[in-house]
Design a protein around this ligand. Structure first.
Ligand code: HXC
Length: 510
C-alpha cells in the first residue's frame, strides 16, 4: 500500500496533468499555453500558492458522476508579481473546456473573497466554453456569485481579466465588470452569443474572429483595453501594469526608485506644438518626455485614438495621463473618447492615482451620428468623472481649449489643483474662424473684412493671458520645463484632502 505521502504526491500529479497529455498537446497546437504554464509566466518564480487543487464537481447528470478531474477546470491561488501579492484564477481549457460548474465557481469565489479581504489585485485568465452544459442552474448561479463579488470589489482592489481563448456566454460578464480586459490576438475571442446563434437569430454570417476577436474589441467596441501578440507577451504586460498600481484602495500607489532627474528639461518641447493650430503633432511625444524614463503603460491604445490615457511615473510615483491627441480627429472629444477617458479617470480616482491632463482640444465632435448616439450623455461621463475626482489634478493646456471641452478637461472650475498653460494656448468659446462667422455674419462674403475679424478674434483670445488674469490658470510655463513644474506641483499636493458630500453612491450618466 502506498504511503500517505506517496498518495499525496500522486494526487497532486493527477491534478497537475488536468485533462491529460492529449488535450495539453492540442492546447499547444493552437498556440496557447496551459493554465499552469500561464501562471508560471505571470507570477514570480516559486511564488504560487495553489488553493483547491483537489476540488471536484458534484454533478451526476449525463454520466458526469464518472467523469471527475481534480481541480475541475480552473487553477486558483495567490502569488507575487515583483514581490507584491496578487490573487489569480486561470481557466483550464483541457478540463471540460474550462467550463464553469458550481464547484468551479466556488473556487473562483474563494480567491475573490481572499483578494478583497487581504487587499490585493485579482487577475483572471480566461479560456473556456462558458457554463458547464451538464449542470444547468447550478452553473448559472455560480456565475452570478462571481459577478456579485466582482461588483463589490470594484474600486477596492484592481481587477484584471486576460482573454486567452474562447470567452462566451456567462464568461464574458465577469471580465466586463473588471477594470481592464486584455486579449491575445488570433487565439482569443469574446462574445455573448457565438456565430451559430447569431446566424439563427439575425441571419448574419460571421466567424469567431469577426464577431469577437481581439481586433474587434481593442479597436471597435472598446470592450478590451489592449491586444497582445501571444500568451507570453500578454502576461508580461500584465506584470508591467501591476507595477504601476496600488494593491488596493487602502494603499497609496507604489513608489519606485528612479534614475531620471526631476529637473530634466526638454528643449524639444518648445517646438512640439506647431504655431498653426490646424497642424497636428503627436501628444505621445509629450507624455513620453514628461514621464520618468519615458516609461508609459498606455490603456486602450487602438480605441478612440483621439484621446490618449495611460499610467506613468513622476519622481517614481504613479500618475495617470489623459491627453487629447491632435494626430487623430484633431483631438476632438466624441462618444468613444469620452467613455474611454471617463472610465480611466474614475479608475485613477478610485485608487488614489493623481491625474495629469494635457489639453489640446477643438471641442466636441459635431454631427447627427454623434447626437443620435447620445454624445450629450456620453460626454457628460468624462465631465462627471473629472468633477467628482478628489485625487490631485494637474492640467496643462498645450494649445487649443475650446468650448465645453475646455471646461471638461480638468479645468480650474472642476477643482483642478494646478492649471498651467503653454504660451501658445488658446482658450475660447470656439475657433477664430467659426467665431468671426457668427459674430460678423453680415460681412460673410467680404474676404478682406472677414480676415480682419478672424485676426481680431485671434489677437483677443489666441493666448493664455486672459484666463491667467482671471486666475483660471495658475501660471503660463515654458514647454521645456513641463516635467519639472508638474513634479514640483505634485509635491505640494501629497497631503491633499478633499471629500465629496456623503452619498450612497453617485448616479453617473450611464
Ligand atoms: C461542458 C464543454 C463546454 C461546456 C466545451 N466543452 N464547452 N463541456 N460545458 N460549455 C468540452 C467539450 O465537450 C470538449 O470535451 C472540450 O470541452 C473541448 O471542446 P471542443 O468543442 O472540442 O473545443 P473547440 O473545438 O476548441 O471549441 C471550443 C468552443 C466549443 C467554441 C468553446 O466547445 C463550444 O462552442 N462550447 C460550448 C459553448 C457554449 O455554448 N457554452 C454555453 C454558453 S451559455 P472533450 O471531452 O471532448 O475534450 C452560458 C450561459 C451562462 O454560458 C449565462 C450566465 C449569465
Amino acid at each position: 500500500m502506498k504511503s500517505v505521502l506517496e498518495q499525496l504526491k500522486a494526487k497532486r500529479e493527477a491534478a497537475r496533468i488536468g485533462g491529460g497529455e492529449k488535450r495539453i498537446a492540442a492546447q499547444h497546437q493552437k498556440g496557447k499555453l496551459t493554465a499552469r504554464e500561464r501562471l508560471d509566466v505571470l507570477l514570480d518564480k516559486d511564488s504560487f500558492e495553489e488553493f483547491d487543487m483537489f476540488v471536484e464537481h458534484d454533478c451526476t447528470e449525463f454520466g458526469m458522476a464518472d467523469r471527475k478531474i481534480p481541480g475541475d477546470g480552473v487553477v486558483t491561488g495567490s502569488g507575487a508579481v515583483n514581490g507584491r501579492l496578487v490573487y489569480v484564477f486561470a481557466k483550464d481549457f483541457t478540463v471540460f473546456g474550462g467550463s464553469l460548474s458550481a464547484a468551479h465557481a466556488r473556487k473562483i469565489c474563494k480567491v475573490q473573497d481572499a483578494a478583497l479581504k487581504n487587499g490585493a489585485p485579482i487577475i483572471g485568465l480566461f479560456d473556456a466554453g462558458g457554463a458547464r452544459i451538464q449542470e444547468g442552474v447550478d452553473a448559472l448561479g455560480g456565475y452570478a456569485e462571481i459577478f456579485q463579488r466582482n461588483t463589490l470589489a470594484s474600486g477596492v482592489i484592481p481587477q484584471i481579466s486576460v482573454i486567452m481563448g474562447p470567452c462566451a456566454g456567462g464568461d464574458v460578464y465577469s471580465p466586463a465588470i473588471t477594470d481592464f480586459i486584455f486579449m491575445v490576438k488570433d487565439t482569443s475571442y469574446m462574445y455573448v452569443t457565438g456565430p451559430d446563434v447569431v446566424k439563427t437569430v439575425t441571419n448574419e454570417i460571421v466567424t469567431h474572429e469577426e464577431l469577437g476577436g481581439a481586433s474587434v474589441h481593442a479597436r471597435r467596441s472598446g470592450v478590451a483595453e489592449g491586444a497582445f501578440e501571444n500568451d507570453i507577451e500578454a502576461l508580461i504586460q500584465v506584470r508591467r501594469l501591476i507595477d504601476f498600481l496600488p494593491l488596493s484602495n487602502r494603499e497609496t500607489p507604489p513608489v519606485r526608485k528612479v534614475f531620471d532627474s526631476a529637473g530634466r528639461q526638454e528643449s524639444s518641447l518648445d517646438t512640439l506644438a506647431p504655431a498653426n493650430p490646424n497642424k497636428p503633432y503627436d501628444i505621445k511625444e509629450l507624455i513620453g518626455k514628461v514621464a520618468d524614463e519615458g516609461d508609459v503603460f498606455e490603456i486602450a491604445p487602438d480605441y478612440a485614438t483621439n484621446i490618449v490615457v495611460g499610467f506613468g511615473r513622476l519622481e517614481g510615483r504613479t500618475v495617470g495621463f489623459v491627453a487629447n491627441q491632435p494626430l487623430s480627429l484633431a483631438g476632438v472629444l466624441d462618444i468613444d473618447a469620452s467613455k474611454k477617458a471617463g472610465r480611466f479617470v474614475r479608475f485613477c480616482d478610485a485608487f488614489g492615482i493623481p491625474l495629469i491632463t494635457f489639453v489640446d482640444v477643438p471641442g466636441f465632435l459635431p454631427g447627427v451620428k454623434q447626437e443620435y448616439g447620445g454624445l450629450i450623455k456620453h460626454g457628460a461621463k468624462l465631465l462627471f468623472a473629472y468633477a467628482e475626482a478628489t485625487v490631485p489634478k494637474l492640467t496643462v493646456i498645450i494649445r487649443k481649449a475650446y468650448g465645453g471641452a475646455y471646461d471638461v478637461m480638468a479645468s480650474k472650475h472642476l477643482r483642478g489643483d494646478i492649471n498651467y498653460a503653454w504660451p501658445r494656448a488658446e482658450i475660447a468659446v470656439m475657433g477664430a474662424k467659426g467665431a468671426a462667422e457668427i459674430i460678423h455674419r453680415k460681412d460673410l462674403g467680404d474676404d478682406e473684412k472677414m480676415a480682419e475679424h478672424v485676426r481680431e478674434y485671434e489677437d483677443r483670445f489666441a493666448n493664455p493671458f486672459i484666463a491667467a488674469s482671471r486666475g483660471f490658470l495658475d501660471d503660463v510655463i515654458q514647454p521645456r520645463n513641463t516635467r519639472y513644474r508638474l513634479i514640483r506641483a505634485l509635491r505640494t499636493l501629497r497631503n491633499k484632502e478633499l471629500a465629496n458630500p456623503w452619498k450612497k453612491h453617485d448616479n453617473i450618466p450611464l
